[in-house]
Design a protein around this ligand. Structure first.
Ligand code: MV4
Length: 494
């Protein structure tokens, strides 16, 4: 096992990785920007190094800085987390060239799967069902011809993109030339590569992804699926495992396809295969993500596999700790992504100081967060501030538990997506499992005053009282000899 590992990330995922290292007995190195001097990940790590100014370009995206710090601190491995440099093949290559182990797939696999057309070809080669579309980056004329073959609506996607970035739907041949021109220029702008491809736009489908683990001995297993249909502008909002549309037979077929595609890519470490599932339970491969995903905890909760530890073990050359036949899906897990955004105002990013914080705990509740009282939420980074994840014996139990946990979560100082999640958890469609990829856009209108005024005021008053209680409790010194009296004075029942 590694002696020391550097986490090239920030926020909740940096904390998550540091925790895994602690359990594995691996020493840790954190890196931080000027904006993150007091961050939780900095306090949690054994050592921490400043890598530059707040903008990610000048800190968390600096390949040279990451390697410089790793060498200086004598770290044997670098874990990239998600986002930032996680799917940058050049970073993986540079890390390896510096004699440091990259906790992730080989640069060649990142590179291959980074090209979404190549990923489609690999899936086609192993006989996995793929969304109907093209398998080459074609000229605009050839794309136009292909679109007529496939039939409208079609989806234009950037070959170097992924995750819906630069994706656009086109409903007719007349719109295609214009849409292609825009797609090319957006792709060039966003990914430095203007190549695009088209697929049939599938409607009324669900977005289901499979987690795979592969070691460097040739073992590849899957950990079942995650349902990820609830997204807004291609940002996932709620994920769950398992998916209500996947039964044991479909899980086996999709899992086999996922494993085969990973094998075809000579994949090593943790990866995710994205699929669409239609109303007739047909599934189609979309793309592969070669990183640890934000929503990995729901899989951890239903399988009992610690994916982050497993990633580190695999990178250190160990074989997988689990065999496919020992992976059993137990119960149900749901994750709500809590963002600093105002759901009543078109999810406008919200900034400010976290004035007070009450975090949900208790049975079946797991909170992944980098939040602390006094933290400044800025516009420099992603608005994700916490992931609230619950487990229950059944889906209904998990929903009830999520409602309970959301009601305990009190964040003062910034607007958050919590009211939106409460609305989802109360939606009869969500409760019944009736939703697809258009659900959020079509059914979740969050008009101002969407939360009943009485409840809104009650929530604010509750939070203010909690805040006041905290402030007072902190300023009253404990009285010697009268154990707990300071607390009783604050109205706490012992
Ligand atoms: C699609 C699709 C329908 N047809 N591709 C979005 C994220 C990215 N990984 C793939 N995504 C999709 N690709 C084809 N050919 C539907 C989605 C999709 C989606 C689309 C619109 C609104 C919400 C969505 C949520 C999940 C997936």
């Amino acid at each position: 096992m590694f002696k020391k590992l550097l986490v090239a990330n920030r926020g909740e995922i940096a904390v998550r990785i540091l925790r895994a290292c602690r359990e594995l007995g691996v020493e840790t190195v954190a890196v931080y920007s000027d904006a993150d001097r007091n961050a939780l990940h900095v306090r949690y790590a054994d050592e921490a190094y400043n890598i530059g100014p707040a903008p990610a370009r000048e800190s968390y995206l600096r390949i040279d800085k990451m390697i410089e710090v790793a060498l200086r601190a004598k770290a044997n491995a670098i874990h990239p987390g998600y986002g930032f440099l996680a799917e940058n093949a050049q970073f993986a290559r540079a890390v390896t060239a510096a004699g440091i182990v990259f906790v992730g797939p080989p640069a060649s696999a990142i590179h291959a799967m980074g090209n979404k057309v190549e990923a489609r070809r690999l899936a086609l080669q192993v006989g996995a069902p793929v969304v109907p579309g093209v398998y080459d980056t074609l000229s605009d004329e050839a794309i136009l011809a292909a679109a007529n073959e496939i039939g409208y609506p079609v989806m234009i996607k950037a070959a170097a993109g992924g995750g819906g970035k630069g994706m656009r739907r086109v409903d007719s041949a007349q719109e295609l030339p214009n849409a292609l021109a825009r797609a090319h220029s957006e792709a060039l702008q966003a990914f430095g590569d203007d190549s695009v491809y088209i697929e049939k736009a599938l409607t009324g489908v669900r977005h289901v992804e499979f987690q795979v683990l592969a070691d460097n001995k040739g073992n590849v297993i899957h950990l079942g699926e995650r349902e990820c249909s609830l997204q807004r502008r291609h940002q996932k909002l709620v994920e769950e495992a398992p998916s209500v549309v996947v039964d044991e037979a479909l899980r086996e077929r999709m899992g086999n396809a996922a494993v085969k595609i990973a094998q075809a890519a000579n994949y090593v470490n943790a990866g995710t295969l994205e699929f669409l599932v239609d109303r007739d339970s047909n599934f189609y491969f979309l793309e592969m993500n070669t990183r640890l995903q934000v929503e990995h905890p729901v899989t951890e909760l239903v399988t009992g596999v610690d994916i982050v530890k497993e990633k580190i073990r695999i990178a250190s050359g160990r074989p997988l700790s689990h065999r496919q036949e020992n992976i059993i899906i137990r119960g149900w897990a749901i994750e709500c992504r809590i963002t600093a955004e105002d759901p009543f105002n078109n999810f406008m990013p919200s900034i400010g100081k976290i004035a007070s914080l009450n975090e949900p705990t208790g049975p079946g509740v797991r909170l992944e967060t980098g939040l602390y009282e006094g933290m400044e939420v800025s516009l420099f980074y992603d608005p994700l501030i916490a992931k609230l994840v619950v487990w229950g014996e059944t889906r209904a139990a998990a929903i009830v538990r999520m409602r309970r946990a959301l009601s305990e979560f009190n964040i003062m100082g910034v607007s958050t997506s919590i009211p939106f999640h409460q609305r989802i958890m109360e939606s009869t469609n969500f409760m019944g499992g009736h939703f697809d990829t258009n659900f959020v856009q079509d059914k979740m209108v969050m008009a101002h005053g969407g939360m009943p005024e009485k409840e809104r005021i009650a929530a604010i008053v509750g939070a203010l009282l909690t805040h006041e209680r905290r402030q007072t409790a902190l300023t009253i010194p404990p009285t010697s000899g009268t154990n707990g009296s300071a607390w009783r004075r604050q109205g706490w029942r012992n």
